[in-house]
Ligand binder design. Structure first.
Ligand code: SF4
Length: 419
């Protein structure tokens, strides 16, 4: 029996000719990642275990993004601990305020992650990097600690779901709608500990930002990872960013999948996930009576330049609805600067939005947009669990930047085609 793309990457990193679903392997790591919340816990474990060196200072990444610029003294202490560790071990990819970004937007942008990599991150949305053809998954801080010291991690080889993409997305429909549609179909545990392996002629119609958004939310279906094949679009993206050699893996013809799901991109409509699970999906047309208090456009899911461009196209020359707070957060400093250069910032501010320096901020209910009781927010983030963005009686509706921007203008969840 052949192997899936994920299984081939894992086999190569375990030094084995082949692996099977369910097999336990010890694989070598190309990249280890942590943020300002998870790294301090990993540092404590690293020190408790008596480690006094890292396996490769160029392969460890520490990004201060969740509560940075620091929201309070505790956050400041966590960042300080990360900073001291990074300086002590001369960590090459340590990103502090001024050069940081939301980690899963930052690492692909910097060319740190590349095709064929085996990557762990102490953050569940580490699955984002499957977009560039890597195996990439979230782990706990203890695994991060062991990974930093040894460059190895244990994995149970996942089985896989084949997701065949056909057709082409319509205007105002994006990667966010693709992944919300899939999660709506299979549920938040529909891909539990499996790979979501995307393929089909529809892949070539999706840009890298859409693929990054899709893989980012694989974990919201319970997946171990999401992964796209490497094509000309991937190569162009990687060649512009990375100096590292990369290896392209392809699934075998006879690879085994637990199921095959076909998605016709041409048929998808803008989609909204109602509280309090990403699987509660509805077409935007059903959501038009939902009045909102806040809009958030940003995060590791949808804070990239194409997301900013979509928001700009809808908001430019217009005013947001009175009473609606609109928070736009470019995900990295490079995207932030590009928004200035392209004139998006002025358009956003003129429309009545606020624009923040890169941070996770409101996505996890950290700061910069916490909801009060009963308030409703439409957000381009990836989770809408109870209390995710503030009070436990507040509500988060997940959608694309196009739907979020359109809703900012009307004060109700709106179809971008109709504003
Ligand atoms: Fe996690 Fe949200 Fe930050 Fe993404 S933007 S890494 S989901 S807190």
């Amino acid at each position: 029996m052949g192997m899936t793309m994920t299984q081939k990457i894992l086999a190569a990193h375990a030094g084995l000719p082949e692996v099977k679903a369910g097999q336990l392997i010890n694989a070598s790591l190309d990249i280890v990642l942590g943020n300002d919340i998870t790294t301090p816990v990993a540092i404590n474990e690293f020190e408790k275990a008596g480690f006094d060196s890292v396996y490769d200072r160029t392969r460890i990444n520490i990004v201060l993004d969740h509560f940075a610029p620091n929201k309070d003294i505790k956050a400041a202490e966590q960042s300080k601990q990360c900073r001291e560790f990074a300086y002590k071990y001369d960590i090459e990819n340590f990103y502090d305020v001024g050069e940081m970004g939301v980690e899963h937007a930052l690492l692909p942008e910097k060319g740190i992650v590349t095709a064929g990599d085996c990557i762990i991150g102490a953050d569940s949305h580490t699955c984002t990097y499957g977009a560039v053809g890597a195996f990439s998954t979230g782990v706990g801080s203890t695994d991060m600690a062991a990974g930093m010291a040894t460059g190895k991690c244990w994995f149970k080889v996942p089985s896989a779901i084949k997701i065949v993409l056909k057709g082409k997305l319509k205007k105002w429909v994006s990667g966010k709608d693709v992944i919300l549609d899939i999660i709506g179909k299979i549920g938040v545990d529909g891909a539990l500990y499996q790979s979501m392996e995307f393929c089909g002629e529809g892949v070539s119609s999706l840009g890298m930002d859409d693929r990054l958004t899709i893989c980012n939310m694989a974990i919201e279906a319970g997946a171990k990872n999401g992964i796209f094949p490497v094509d000309d679009i991937t190569r162009e993206y990687l060649d512009a960013r990375t100096q590292r050699e990369y290896k392209v893996y392809e699934a075998d013809e006879d690879a085994e999948y637990t199921q095959t799901i076909e998605i016709n991109l041409s048929e998808l409509e803008p989609t909204v996930s109602y509280p309090h699970l990403p699987e509660n999906t509805h077409p935007v047309s059903e959501a038009s009576d939902i009045k909102i208090d806040q809009v958030v456009i940003g995060s590791c899911t949808n804070g990239r330049i194409s997301d900013m461009e979509t928001a700009y196209e809808i908001l430019k020359g217009k005013k947001v609805k009175k009473g609606v707070r609109v928070i736009i957060i470019p995900a990295t400093m490079a995207i932030y600067k590009e928004c200035i250069t392209r004139g998006y910032m002025e358009a956003f501010v003129d429309a009545g939005c606020v624009v923040s320096t890169p941070t996770c901020g409101p996505c996890l209910g950290g700061y910069m947009g916490i909801l009060a009781s009963g308030e409703k927010c439409i957000s381009t983030t990836n989770r809408n669990f109870v209390g995710r963005m503030g009070h436990t009686s507040s509500e988060v509706y997940l959608a694309s930047p196009a739907v979020a921007a359109a809703s900012a203008l009307t004060g109700y969840i709106s179809n971008p085609k109709e504003v």
